[in-house]
Design a binder for this molecule. Sequence first.
Ligand SMILES: [Zn+2]
Length: 205
Amino acid sequence: MKIVKKCDNCGKSDFQFLYKNHNVHERILGEFGVFQCKSCKLIFLNPQPDEQVVSCGKIQADLAKGTKFEVIDMGDALSHTRNPSALLKKVSKMLEKGGVVHLELPNPESQAHALFRKHWSLLATPYHQYLFTVRNVESYAKKNGFRVLNVSYRKGSNDFSNSLILGVAAKMRKNVYVKDGFLNGIFRLLPVFGDSVVQVTLKKV
Ligand SMILES: [Zn+2]
């Protein structure tokens, strides 16, 4: 476990406690505190569990064997790592100059997070160690030799239905566990919550 004393993004130490959360996907035991930096709005677990506990994985840099890529799709890996800057630096080394990185991250400024708060299923506690605002992503990009090329938003995977179930279950004092795909067919066509996932393209400069 690592206690966060300074914001990883801006270095300030003034945090706001948001809520305690527990794992609802794989039955990892325990509660996890979720905090937000008052200055830059970065959201993070505190303390942060060890990366092997949260299935963070590692970059298989040797797969590249010196090959430089034009495009790397990181998915939401940036949310899973304890050290986003180190990960972006590694990815940058694997990219050609002018190459691009695609990120798909849970959006903490989304309507779903505003409504469901700790029951928002895309929090995926404790796998997601960080939740980034778009401004946070811009800051990490700039610090690590990238600039933001494009930002867009999309619906989350079943987050409306799953969050609703989690919220209702909590009111009934029941612990439930949700899997991706649960009740998907019922809610997938709803026009609401089109901003749960933020997609960002970064260009190496
Ligand atoms: Zn900060």
